[in-house]
Design a binder for this molecule. Sequence first.
Ligand SMILES: C=C(O[C@@H]1C=C(C(=O)O)C=C[C@H]1O)C(=O)O
Length: 383
Amino acid sequence: MGDLEEKLNELRIAIDAVDDEVLDLIRKRAQLAAQVGEAKQNKGNAPFYVPSREASIIRRLLARNADAAHASHETKISDEAIHGIYREIIGACLALEHPMTIAYLGPEGTFSHTAATRQFGATPKYLPCSSLELVFDEVEAGRATYGVVPVENAFEGAVTPTLDLFADMERDVYICAEVQLSIHHHLFTYAESLEDIDVVISHPQPLGQCRDWLASHLPNAQLMESSSTIRGAQIVEEAKASGSGALDWQKCAVIGPYSIVDQSDLPLVQRNIEDFHDNTTRFFVIGKHDSPASGEDKTSMVMSIKDEPGVLHNLISSFATRGIGLTRIESRPSKKKLWEYVFFVDVQGHRDDAEVAAAIAEIQAKPGGFIKVLGSYPVSKPL
Ligand SMILES: C=C(O[C@@H]1C=C(C(=O)O)C=C[C@H]1O)C(=O)O
Protein backbone atom coordinates (compact mmCIF):
# COMPACT_ATOMS: atom_id res chain seq x y z
CA MET A 1 0.00 0.00 0.00
CA GLY A 2 1.38 3.45 -0.93
CA ASP A 3 1.77 6.30 1.54
CA LEU A 4 -1.25 8.18 0.23
CA GLU A 5 -3.47 5.12 0.28
CA GLU A 6 -2.43 4.33 3.83
CA LYS A 7 -3.17 7.87 4.97
CA LEU A 8 -6.58 7.90 3.24
CA ASN A 9 -7.47 4.55 4.75
CA GLU A 10 -6.70 5.80 8.21
CA LEU A 11 -8.73 9.00 7.74
CA ARG A 12 -11.66 7.12 6.21
CA ILE A 13 -11.81 4.74 9.16
CA ALA A 14 -11.99 7.80 11.41
CA ILE A 15 -14.76 9.31 9.22
CA ASP A 16 -16.75 6.05 9.41
CA ALA A 17 -16.53 6.14 13.19
CA VAL A 18 -17.74 9.78 13.24
CA ASP A 19 -20.61 8.91 10.87
CA ASP A 20 -21.70 6.14 13.23
CA GLU A 21 -21.74 8.63 16.08
CA VAL A 22 -23.63 11.23 14.00
CA LEU A 23 -26.26 8.66 13.02
CA ASP A 24 -26.70 7.46 16.60
CA LEU A 25 -27.15 11.07 17.69
CA ILE A 26 -29.70 11.77 14.94
CA ARG A 27 -31.63 8.67 16.05
CA LYS A 28 -31.46 9.86 19.65
CA ARG A 29 -32.75 13.29 18.58
CA ALA A 30 -35.60 11.65 16.63
CA GLN A 31 -36.68 9.70 19.72
CA LEU A 32 -36.77 12.94 21.75
CA ALA A 33 -38.86 14.63 19.03
CA ALA A 34 -41.23 11.66 19.04
CA GLN A 35 -41.67 12.15 22.80
CA VAL A 36 -42.40 15.85 22.19
CA GLY A 37 -45.01 14.67 19.68
CA GLU A 38 -46.63 12.36 22.25
CA ALA A 39 -46.73 15.17 24.81
CA LYS A 40 -48.41 17.45 22.26
CA GLN A 41 -50.95 14.74 21.40
CA ASN A 42 -51.80 14.22 25.06
CA LYS A 43 -52.28 17.97 25.45
CA GLY A 44 -55.01 18.08 22.82
CA ASN A 45 -54.54 19.98 19.61
CA ALA A 46 -51.11 21.65 20.01
CA PRO A 47 -49.63 21.96 16.49
CA PHE A 48 -46.85 19.49 15.71
CA TYR A 49 -45.10 21.94 13.39
CA VAL A 50 -43.71 24.89 15.36
CA PRO A 51 -41.88 27.26 12.92
CA SER A 52 -40.72 29.58 15.74
CA ARG A 53 -38.89 26.73 17.50
CA GLU A 54 -37.34 25.54 14.23
CA ALA A 55 -36.19 29.09 13.38
CA SER A 56 -34.65 29.47 16.87
CA ILE A 57 -32.78 26.16 16.53
CA ILE A 58 -31.33 27.12 13.15
CA ARG A 59 -30.42 30.68 14.22
CA ARG A 60 -28.66 29.31 17.33
CA LEU A 61 -26.71 26.69 15.33
CA LEU A 62 -25.65 29.22 12.67
CA ALA A 63 -24.24 31.46 15.42
CA ARG A 64 -22.56 28.50 17.14
CA ASN A 65 -21.01 27.36 13.85
CA ALA A 66 -19.65 30.86 13.16
CA ASP A 67 -18.23 31.17 16.70
CA ALA A 68 -16.64 27.71 16.57
CA ALA A 69 -15.01 28.40 13.19
CA HIS A 70 -13.70 31.73 14.46
CA ALA A 71 -12.29 30.24 17.68
CA SER A 72 -10.63 27.26 15.97
CA HIS A 73 -9.38 29.19 12.87
CA GLU A 74 -10.92 26.40 10.75
CA THR A 75 -12.76 27.12 7.50
CA LYS A 76 -16.40 27.72 8.33
CA ILE A 77 -19.02 25.25 7.08
CA SER A 78 -21.36 27.48 5.02
CA ASP A 79 -24.62 28.79 6.46
CA GLU A 80 -26.43 27.18 3.49
CA ALA A 81 -24.99 23.77 4.42
CA ILE A 82 -25.88 24.08 8.12
CA HIS A 83 -29.36 25.22 7.13
CA GLY A 84 -29.84 22.36 4.67
CA ILE A 85 -28.49 19.67 7.02
CA TYR A 86 -30.70 20.79 9.92
CA ARG A 87 -33.76 21.26 7.69
CA GLU A 88 -33.48 17.58 6.79
CA ILE A 89 -32.85 16.47 10.37
CA ILE A 90 -35.74 18.52 11.74
CA GLY A 91 -38.01 17.40 8.86
CA ALA A 92 -37.23 13.75 9.60
CA CYS A 93 -37.90 14.27 13.34
CA LEU A 94 -41.16 16.12 12.66
CA ALA A 95 -42.35 13.24 10.47
CA LEU A 96 -42.00 10.91 13.47
CA GLU A 97 -44.34 13.17 15.42
CA HIS A 98 -46.93 13.41 12.68
CA PRO A 99 -46.95 12.56 8.95
CA MET A 100 -47.18 15.71 6.83
CA THR A 101 -48.58 16.50 3.39
CA ILE A 102 -47.45 19.74 1.77
CA ALA A 103 -49.48 21.25 -1.09
CA TYR A 104 -47.79 23.55 -3.62
CA LEU A 105 -48.29 25.05 -7.08
CA GLY A 106 -47.12 22.19 -9.29
CA PRO A 107 -46.19 20.27 -11.26
CA GLU A 108 -43.11 18.84 -9.58
CA GLY A 109 -40.00 21.01 -10.10
CA THR A 110 -41.61 24.47 -9.87
CA PHE A 111 -40.02 27.20 -7.75
CA SER A 112 -42.87 26.63 -5.27
CA HIS A 113 -41.81 22.97 -5.04
CA THR A 114 -38.21 24.02 -4.34
CA ALA A 115 -39.38 26.52 -1.69
CA ALA A 116 -41.50 23.78 -0.08
CA THR A 117 -38.63 21.29 0.06
CA ARG A 118 -36.28 23.97 1.46
CA GLN A 119 -38.72 24.45 4.31
CA PHE A 120 -39.78 20.86 5.01
CA GLY A 121 -36.99 18.66 3.59
CA ALA A 122 -37.36 15.37 1.75
CA THR A 123 -39.52 13.49 4.27
CA PRO A 124 -43.11 14.79 3.82
CA LYS A 125 -45.50 13.79 1.09
CA TYR A 126 -45.75 16.57 -1.50
CA LEU A 127 -49.01 17.35 -3.24
CA PRO A 128 -48.72 19.30 -6.52
CA CYS A 129 -51.79 21.47 -7.28
CA SER A 130 -52.66 22.96 -10.67
CA SER A 131 -53.65 26.37 -9.23
CA LEU A 132 -53.01 28.57 -6.19
CA GLU A 133 -56.69 28.34 -5.33
CA LEU A 134 -56.37 24.56 -5.06
CA VAL A 135 -53.40 24.93 -2.68
CA PHE A 136 -55.64 27.00 -0.38
CA ASP A 137 -58.51 24.49 -0.84
CA GLU A 138 -56.35 21.48 0.07
CA VAL A 139 -55.12 23.17 3.27
CA GLU A 140 -58.61 24.36 4.26
CA ALA A 141 -60.09 20.91 3.66
CA GLY A 142 -57.30 19.30 5.74
CA ARG A 143 -56.10 17.14 2.84
CA ALA A 144 -52.77 18.96 3.13
CA THR A 145 -51.25 19.83 6.51
CA TYR A 146 -49.57 22.93 5.04
CA GLY A 147 -49.34 24.72 1.69
CA VAL A 148 -46.59 26.81 0.08
CA VAL A 149 -47.57 29.80 -2.11
CA PRO A 150 -45.52 32.54 -3.83
CA VAL A 151 -46.29 36.03 -2.52
CA GLU A 152 -43.92 38.52 -4.08
CA ASN A 153 -40.80 38.85 -6.16
CA ALA A 154 -38.23 41.43 -5.11
CA PHE A 155 -38.19 42.99 -8.60
CA GLU A 156 -41.48 42.04 -10.27
CA GLY A 157 -43.64 42.71 -7.21
CA ALA A 158 -46.75 41.03 -5.85
CA VAL A 159 -48.13 37.69 -6.99
CA THR A 160 -51.61 39.19 -7.14
CA PRO A 161 -53.64 35.94 -7.37
CA THR A 162 -52.15 34.92 -3.99
CA LEU A 163 -53.05 38.29 -2.43
CA ASP A 164 -56.61 38.01 -3.73
CA LEU A 165 -56.94 34.58 -2.08
CA PHE A 166 -55.72 36.02 1.24
CA ALA A 167 -58.18 38.94 0.85
CA ASP A 168 -61.10 36.50 0.53
CA MET A 169 -62.71 36.72 3.98
CA GLU A 170 -64.31 33.30 3.60
CA ARG A 171 -60.86 31.70 3.55
CA ASP A 172 -59.74 30.19 6.82
CA VAL A 173 -55.95 29.86 6.48
CA TYR A 174 -53.06 31.49 8.32
CA ILE A 175 -49.46 32.30 7.43
CA CYS A 176 -47.10 30.38 9.70
CA ALA A 177 -43.72 30.81 7.97
CA GLU A 178 -41.99 32.64 5.11
CA VAL A 179 -39.37 31.26 2.74
CA GLN A 180 -37.11 33.48 0.62
CA LEU A 181 -35.69 31.74 -2.40
CA SER A 182 -32.98 32.96 -4.82
CA ILE A 183 -34.43 32.62 -8.29
CA HIS A 184 -32.49 31.91 -11.49
CA HIS A 185 -34.21 31.51 -14.85
CA HIS A 186 -32.97 29.59 -17.87
CA LEU A 187 -34.11 29.34 -21.49
CA PHE A 188 -35.08 25.92 -22.88
CA THR A 189 -35.87 25.25 -26.53
CA TYR A 190 -35.70 22.75 -29.39
CA ALA A 191 -35.05 25.66 -31.80
CA GLU A 192 -31.63 25.60 -33.51
CA SER A 193 -30.97 29.26 -32.76
CA LEU A 194 -32.58 32.21 -30.99
CA GLU A 195 -33.67 33.62 -34.40
CA ASP A 196 -35.96 30.61 -34.87
CA ILE A 197 -37.95 31.27 -31.67
CA ASP A 198 -41.42 32.71 -32.29
CA VAL A 199 -43.10 32.02 -28.94
CA VAL A 200 -41.79 32.17 -25.34
CA ILE A 201 -43.90 30.34 -22.78
CA SER A 202 -43.79 30.76 -18.99
CA HIS A 203 -45.68 31.85 -15.91
CA PRO A 204 -46.30 35.64 -15.96
CA GLN A 205 -43.83 36.23 -13.09
CA PRO A 206 -40.72 34.78 -14.88
CA LEU A 207 -41.76 36.55 -18.11
CA GLY A 208 -41.68 39.80 -16.10
CA GLN A 209 -38.43 38.90 -14.31
CA CYS A 210 -36.70 38.41 -17.70
CA ARG A 211 -38.34 41.38 -19.46
CA ASP A 212 -35.08 43.19 -20.36
CA TRP A 213 -33.35 40.01 -21.53
CA LEU A 214 -36.35 39.17 -23.73
CA ALA A 215 -36.48 42.71 -25.15
CA SER A 216 -32.83 42.58 -26.18
CA HIS A 217 -32.53 38.92 -27.27
CA LEU A 218 -36.00 37.94 -28.50
CA PRO A 219 -37.70 41.27 -29.29
CA ASN A 220 -40.12 39.79 -31.83
CA ALA A 221 -41.18 36.66 -29.95
CA GLN A 222 -44.76 36.40 -28.78
CA LEU A 223 -45.10 35.83 -25.00
CA MET A 224 -47.50 33.10 -23.90
CA GLU A 225 -48.54 32.63 -20.26
CA SER A 226 -48.75 29.21 -18.60
CA SER A 227 -50.05 28.30 -15.11
CA SER A 228 -46.50 27.43 -14.01
CA THR A 229 -43.00 27.21 -15.51
CA ILE A 230 -43.07 23.40 -15.58
CA ARG A 231 -46.51 23.46 -17.20
CA GLY A 232 -44.91 25.63 -19.92
CA ALA A 233 -42.37 22.86 -20.60
CA GLN A 234 -45.18 20.27 -20.69
CA ILE A 235 -47.07 22.35 -23.28
CA VAL A 236 -44.08 22.21 -25.66
CA GLU A 237 -43.54 18.47 -25.02
CA GLU A 238 -47.24 17.78 -25.67
CA ALA A 239 -47.10 19.76 -28.96
CA LYS A 240 -44.01 17.73 -29.96
CA ALA A 241 -45.65 14.41 -29.07
CA SER A 242 -48.92 15.13 -30.90
CA GLY A 243 -47.09 16.47 -33.96
CA SER A 244 -50.03 18.74 -34.70
CA GLY A 245 -51.93 21.59 -33.09
CA ALA A 246 -51.56 25.35 -33.20
CA LEU A 247 -48.09 25.40 -31.60
CA ASP A 248 -44.93 24.71 -33.62
CA TRP A 249 -42.78 23.08 -30.89
CA GLN A 250 -39.58 23.76 -32.84
CA LYS A 251 -40.23 27.51 -32.63
CA CYS A 252 -41.16 27.61 -28.95
CA ALA A 253 -38.98 28.39 -25.93
CA VAL A 254 -39.72 28.04 -22.22
CA ILE A 255 -38.36 30.11 -19.32
CA GLY A 256 -38.05 28.35 -15.99
CA PRO A 257 -35.94 26.67 -13.31
CA TYR A 258 -33.04 24.30 -13.89
CA SER A 259 -35.31 21.41 -12.83
CA ILE A 260 -36.86 21.51 -16.34
CA VAL A 261 -33.87 19.36 -17.37
CA ASP A 262 -35.29 16.59 -15.15
CA GLN A 263 -38.93 17.17 -16.04
CA SER A 264 -38.62 17.24 -19.86
CA ASP A 265 -36.27 16.58 -22.78
CA LEU A 266 -36.07 20.29 -23.65
CA PRO A 267 -32.44 21.41 -24.15
CA LEU A 268 -31.15 24.20 -21.88
CA VAL A 269 -29.70 26.83 -24.23
CA GLN A 270 -29.14 29.90 -22.07
CA ARG A 271 -28.50 30.15 -18.33
CA ASN A 272 -29.33 32.89 -15.83
CA ILE A 273 -31.42 35.17 -18.01
CA GLU A 274 -33.10 36.94 -15.05
CA ASP A 275 -32.68 40.73 -15.25
CA PHE A 276 -31.39 41.02 -11.67
CA HIS A 277 -28.86 38.54 -10.32
CA ASP A 278 -30.08 38.85 -6.74
CA ASN A 279 -33.58 37.96 -7.95
CA THR A 280 -35.50 36.61 -4.95
CA THR A 281 -39.06 35.41 -4.43
CA ARG A 282 -40.85 35.26 -1.11
CA PHE A 283 -43.22 32.40 -0.34
CA PHE A 284 -45.63 31.88 2.54
CA VAL A 285 -46.31 28.60 4.31
CA ILE A 286 -50.04 28.47 5.02
CA GLY A 287 -51.85 26.28 7.51
CA LYS A 288 -54.60 26.20 10.12
CA HIS A 289 -52.53 28.18 12.63
CA ASP A 290 -49.75 30.78 12.63
CA SER A 291 -46.49 30.66 14.60
CA PRO A 292 -45.69 31.54 18.23
CA ALA A 293 -43.11 34.32 18.72
CA SER A 294 -39.49 33.41 17.89
CA GLY A 295 -37.86 36.69 18.95
CA GLU A 296 -37.53 37.98 15.38
CA ASP A 297 -40.91 37.93 13.67
CA LYS A 298 -43.14 39.64 11.15
CA THR A 299 -46.91 39.95 11.06
CA SER A 300 -48.95 40.12 7.84
CA MET A 301 -52.44 41.57 7.67
CA VAL A 302 -55.06 42.72 5.22
CA MET A 303 -57.03 45.83 6.08
CA SER A 304 -59.40 48.48 4.87
CA ILE A 305 -60.97 51.55 6.40
CA LYS A 306 -63.57 54.05 5.29
CA ASP A 307 -63.04 55.47 1.81
CA GLU A 308 -62.15 59.08 2.63
CA PRO A 309 -59.16 61.46 2.26
CA GLY A 310 -56.11 60.46 4.29
CA VAL A 311 -57.17 56.80 4.42
CA LEU A 312 -53.65 55.45 4.03
CA HIS A 313 -52.10 57.84 6.53
CA ASN A 314 -54.83 56.93 8.97
CA LEU A 315 -53.94 53.24 8.69
CA ILE A 316 -50.19 53.60 8.91
CA SER A 317 -50.22 56.14 11.74
CA SER A 318 -51.31 53.44 14.23
CA PHE A 319 -48.01 51.64 13.57
CA ALA A 320 -45.81 54.73 13.13
CA THR A 321 -46.82 56.31 16.46
CA ARG A 322 -45.70 53.11 18.21
CA GLY A 323 -42.41 52.86 16.32
CA ILE A 324 -43.46 49.65 14.55
CA GLY A 325 -41.58 49.26 11.24
CA LEU A 326 -43.57 48.49 8.07
CA THR A 327 -41.73 46.05 5.80
CA ARG A 328 -44.35 46.02 3.04
CA ILE A 329 -47.50 47.77 1.94
CA GLU A 330 -49.45 46.75 -1.13
CA SER A 331 -52.89 47.75 -2.34
CA ARG A 332 -55.38 45.64 -4.28
CA PRO A 333 -58.80 46.61 -5.61
CA SER A 334 -61.48 45.67 -3.06
CA LYS A 335 -63.58 44.23 -5.93
CA LYS A 336 -66.62 45.43 -4.01
CA LYS A 337 -66.77 49.10 -4.98
CA LEU A 338 -65.12 50.97 -7.87
CA TRP A 339 -61.75 52.52 -6.85
CA GLU A 340 -61.93 51.14 -3.34
CA TYR A 341 -58.90 49.24 -2.05
CA VAL A 342 -57.74 46.77 0.54
CA PHE A 343 -54.19 47.08 1.88
CA PHE A 344 -51.74 44.30 2.60
CA VAL A 345 -49.35 45.36 5.33
CA ASP A 346 -46.39 43.51 6.86
CA VAL A 347 -44.92 44.86 10.07
CA GLN A 348 -41.95 43.95 12.24
CA GLY A 349 -42.95 42.11 15.39
CA HIS A 350 -45.40 39.46 16.52
CA ARG A 351 -49.15 40.00 16.93
CA ASP A 352 -48.73 39.05 20.62
CA ASP A 353 -46.25 41.93 21.17
CA ALA A 354 -48.08 44.56 23.23
CA GLU A 355 -47.41 47.41 20.76
CA VAL A 356 -48.42 45.41 17.68
CA ALA A 357 -51.60 44.20 19.43
CA ALA A 358 -52.45 47.79 20.45
CA ALA A 359 -52.00 49.09 16.87
CA ILE A 360 -54.22 46.33 15.50
CA ALA A 361 -56.92 47.05 18.10
CA GLU A 362 -56.75 50.78 17.28
CA ILE A 363 -57.26 50.18 13.54
CA GLN A 364 -60.16 47.85 14.30
CA ALA A 365 -61.82 50.62 16.33
CA LYS A 366 -61.55 53.22 13.53
CA PRO A 367 -64.86 54.06 11.80
CA GLY A 368 -65.48 51.47 9.10
CA GLY A 369 -62.11 49.93 10.01
CA PHE A 370 -61.55 46.32 9.18
CA ILE A 371 -58.43 44.24 9.74
CA LYS A 372 -57.69 40.55 9.36
CA VAL A 373 -54.41 39.28 10.79
CA LEU A 374 -53.12 36.70 8.33
CA GLY A 375 -50.45 35.49 10.72
CA SER A 376 -47.19 36.07 12.58
CA TYR A 377 -44.10 34.09 11.58
CA PRO A 378 -40.29 34.03 12.01
CA VAL A 379 -38.25 36.34 9.75
CA SER A 380 -36.29 34.31 7.19
CA LYS A 381 -33.17 35.00 5.14
CA PRO A 382 -32.81 34.41 1.36
CA LEU A 383 -31.63 30.87 0.52
C1 LIG B 1 -39.76 18.67 18.49
C2 LIG B 1 -40.70 19.58 18.25
O1 LIG B 1 -41.60 19.51 17.18
C3 LIG B 1 -41.27 19.87 15.85
C4 LIG B 1 -39.92 19.40 15.50
C5 LIG B 1 -38.85 20.17 15.86
C6 LIG B 1 -37.47 19.57 15.93
O2 LIG B 1 -37.26 18.51 15.35
O3 LIG B 1 -36.61 20.16 16.60
C7 LIG B 1 -39.03 21.53 16.21
C8 LIG B 1 -40.26 22.11 16.18
C9 LIG B 1 -41.46 21.38 15.72
O4 LIG B 1 -41.75 21.75 14.39
C10 LIG B 1 -40.89 20.74 19.16
O5 LIG B 1 -41.95 21.38 19.10
O6 LIG B 1 -39.98 21.03 19.95
